[in-house]
Structures are given as structure tokens and as C-alpha cells.
Design a protein around this ligand. Structure first.
Ligand code: PMT
Length: 407
């Protein structure tokens, strides 16, 4: 049976050129036997008509908060209660701003405040607009409150620009929606332990050594495993990200702390994924008090010693060793360096990202990976980190099953 059959989906359409793709999105939902009701903002009616959407969705299209007929039955509340999921595709910069502020100045935003259903946003706008700090801050705010996103994708835009801002394709939005709505317990007998984010190595009580990892890739992986029913432990360095649903989070600061939790949890896990950017070195001696600048001293030498290699230690476990997946953040010779880490650290799989590229890697919303395992390889082209994470989970399942069946 189709996984979306019988689900009630409210599709909000706002005023972007990508609105034409929403027609196909709704067609796919109907094909999957979902019930669809469309809410169209005023400005969106310049791009697609209520008549077309009514024909495609099989239901009357709602366009106004102040529709006397619909509001006889408190239409906006009724719609808010009916929805299993609200999807806004395309979601313009304007609607993201209004949602982030909690405005209720039209039917769509009012509905989003009044519903208990989850919200899936498919942002679409000019690449420069998408990169703007205001848009990014609004998106972060919405995610912190539990909204989900799919896309945007990179590519050529209607305005002629090239970059990140194209709405996700209709089939991608359906896939994201399905993953959110349909409980999948394929991995219910798996415990998965992941590391994510940077570590902080104290220099003195006020300073530390760290790196640019935001934790986004590791958190996306934790979410992707949890979506498949796995019991997920996420050992997180210091990052300001919300914990994905059904994930147990352990916050740490230093590599030593991360090491202790990782080794303890790894032996209870089917899979261990090291996505954290762990500092390779720490201070030989952390200063007890703030280091002072002196007039005589123009340079300062810090003595560093190696941190434990967490993932290599997990991979070296003699008993209860999990399937071990590493990451490699490289700026040159990506495939070569990653493959040598796969061998040197005795991993089962390694995911290499080229962090010299502007649109992917540290702190970005998107990533692209080359994944290597003994005797195999897959390239995952640029996409949002959650889509990439879901593909990595598929590769891990396939490769771990392959190894298990050979034993
Ligand atoms: O967090 P984001 O902003 O989303 O960015 C994601 C990312 C770029 C950080 C992520 O995709 C990534 O590549 N993580 C690994 C980065 C890294 O530090 O790679 P590395 O080549 O230094 O380490 C190789 C592997 O050994 C990694 O799995 C790492 O977790 C592990 N390691 C490294 C050192 C150490 N002392 N212990 C470890 O376990």
C-alpha cells in the first residue's frame, strides 16, 4: 500500500516562480492517495490559479482568512485540525519571515500557528536572497521550533543567477514528507552512536582551540537513523542545534570527553559514525589562570600533545566492535587522503567531503560526498545535508548487511 494513502496534507503555496512545480507536487500526492487541501496566498494567485489547483487537488482551494462562507465553520481552525502535515512549497523569503515572527496576517500563517501538525518548508528564492543573514536567521529560528526543510537546491535560477535557491523537485518533497510522516522501523534493532560538531580544547579558563564544524552533518545523520527506527546516541560537541526527535544527546566539550562516551557506547552499538571534527591536539598543560600578555613577549609558544583518536580506538575494539564509519574533511587530494584514512584507521566506510568548496562542508546547509569502503565507492552529488544523510544511511545498511551475510 502507498505510504501516504489517507494522509491529510495541507499544501501552502506562496508567491514564487517555483509555484508551477507545486502543481506536479500535488499531482504526486494525489497519485500516492493522500488527501490534499491547498491554501494559496493572495500574491501566489498571480503565478497559479485556484481553478487549476482545485482540479489537481480535488478540493476547493482556500485563499482568504476573511472568507465569510468558510469562516461560518471556522475554516482556518478546521483546516489546522484536519492536517497531518503542512507543506509550504514554494516558501518565499517573505513567508519565512512572517512565520519566524509568528505573524497571523493571512490564512496560511494563521493556519501554521493554529495547527499541531508538523511544518515542512521548501524554500525557493534568488540565491543572493537565500544567502542573506536575515533569511538564514529566520530559517534557523523556524528549525529550532521544529519546522523541517527540504532543499533548496543549487542550479540555474529563473532570474538567470546560478546558486542555492531552486525549490526542491516535487519528487524530493514527496520523499521528505514520506520520511517525516511514515514511521519506518527497519532499524529498530540497531543502536547507532554518532559524534558530531567540533571539540573545544581549553588553553586557559577563557580561551580554547576549536574549528568551524557546526554539527549540521552529524545531526542530519542522527535524524536520518532515527527516522528509520534506530536507537540513536548523539555525542555532540558544543553546537547550537536542536536535538532531532527520538535522539539521545550527550553534550561534550573536549576530545577526551568525546572519547570516553564514544568508547562506552560503541560496544553497545551496531554502527558507530564519527562525523565530529575532533581536534587532533590539545594543550600539554591547560593554564590554571588566564594567560597574560607581557610587553616583553612578541610571540607565544603553546605546547600541544596528541588527542586520542576516537574512531581508530573504536575500530580497534576486539569484542563487540560496531560497523565503523568515518568522515574525512579534505581541501585537496580528497579521494586519496580519504582512502588512506579508511585503511590507516581500519574503518569499514569513509565519507569524504571537499571542504574547500564554498557551498558545501563546514557550516553549510548542503554537502556532497564521495563514500568509500573496501572494494567499493559511491558519489553523492550536492544536496541538503538531510538528503545526503539519508543516502549515507542506505549505503551503511547495504554494506553492513553485505558484511554480515558474508560472515
Ligand atoms: O559540522 P558541519 O559544519 O556540518 O560540517 C561537517 C563536517 C565537514 C565537519 C563533516 O562532514 C566531516 O567531514 N567531519 C570529519 C572532519 C574531520 O575532522 O576529519 P579528519 O580527517 O580530521 O578525521 C577523520 C576521522 O577521524 C573523522 O571521522 C573524525 O571524526 C575522526 N577523528 C579524528 C581525530 C580524532 N582525534 N579522533 C577521531 O575520531
Amino acid at each position: 500500500m502507498n505510504k501516504l494513502a489517507g494522509k491529510n496534507i495541507v499544501v501552502g503555496i506562496t508567491a514564487g516562480i517555483a509555484a508551477y512545480k507545486s502543481i506536479e507536487f500535488i499531482r504526486l500526492l494525489r497519485k500516492a492517495q493522500a488527501n490534499v487541501r491547498v491554501v494559496l496566498t493572495n500574491a501566489a494567485q498571480a503565478f497559479v490559479t485556484p481553478l487549476t489547483l482545485q482540479a489537481i487537488s480535488g478540493n476547493a482551494v482556500a485563499t482568504s482568512l476573511l472568507d465569510p462562507q468558510a469562516e461560518l465553520a471556522m475554516g482556518h481552525i478546521e483546516l489546522a485540525k484536519w492536517a497531518d502535515m503542512v507543506v509550504i512549497a514554494p516558501a518565499t523569503a517573505d513567508v519565512l519571515a512572517r512565520l519566524a515572527c509568528g505573524q497571523a496576517n493571512d490564512l496560511l500563517t494563521t493556519l501554521c500557528l493554529a495547527t499541531r501538525a508538523s511544518l515542512l518548508l521548501a524554500p525557493a528564492m534568488n540565491q543572493q536572497m537565500f544567502a542573506h543573514a536575515a533569511v538564514q536567521a529566520n530559517l534557523t529560528q523556524l528549525k529550532v521550533r521544529g519546522a523541517h526543510t527540504v532543499g533548496p537546491n543549487a542550479g540555474e535560477q529563473a532570474c538567470g543567477d546560478v546558486g542555492l535557491g531552486r525549490m526542491a523537485e516535487p519528487a524530493e518533497i514527496v520523499a521528505a514528507l514520506t520520511a517525516l510522516l511514515v514511521s519506518d522501523d527497519t532499524l529498530s534493532d540497531w543502536v547507532v552512536t554518532l559524534t558530531a560538531g567540533p571539540t573545544q580544547e581549553a588553553i586557559d579558563p577563557v580561551r580554547y582551540i576549536s574549528n568551524h564544524s557546526s554539527g549540521k552533518m552529524g545531526f542530519a545523520l542522527a535524524q536520518a537513523f532515527a527516522e528509520r527506527g534506530a536507537q540513536v546516541n548523539l555525542i555532540a560537541g558544543p553546537v547550537a542545534l536542536p536535538t532531532p526527535d527520538k535522539v539521545t544527546r550527550i553534550d561534550v566539550l573536549s576530545a577526551d570527553e568525546m572519547y570516553q562516551h564514544a568508547l562506552e557506547l560503541a560496544t553497545q552499538s551496531a554502527v558507530f559514525v564519527g562525523c565530529a571534527a575532533v581536534a587532533d591536539y590539545k594543550m600539554a598543560q591547560v593554564a590554571a589562570h588566564k594567560l597574560k600578555k607581557t610587553a616583553a613577549q612578541d610571540t607565544l609558544t603553546l605546547t600541544l600533545v596528541k588527542n586520542p583518536d576516537i574512531i581508530a580506538s573504536v575500530a580497534a575494539l576486539q569484542t563487540n566492535r560496531p560497523f565503523v564509519v568515518g568522515f574525512a574533511a579534505e581541501t585537496q587530494n580528497v579521494a586519496e587522503y580519504a582512502q588512506s584514512k579508511l585503511v590507516r584507521k581500519k574503518l569499514d566506510m569513509i565519507c569524504a567531503n571537499d571542504v574547500s568548496q564554498k557551498e558545501i562542508g563546514f557550516g553549510r546547509e548542503q554537502n556532497a560526498l564521495s563514500v568509500f569502503w573496501p572494494g567499493g565507492q559511491a558519489d553523492l552529488p550536492q544536496a541538503d545535508k538531510l538528503s545526503i544523510a539519508r543516502q549515507v544511511v542506505d549505503l551503511i545498511i547495504a554494506q553492513r548487511n553485505h558484511i554480515q551475510s558474508a560472515v
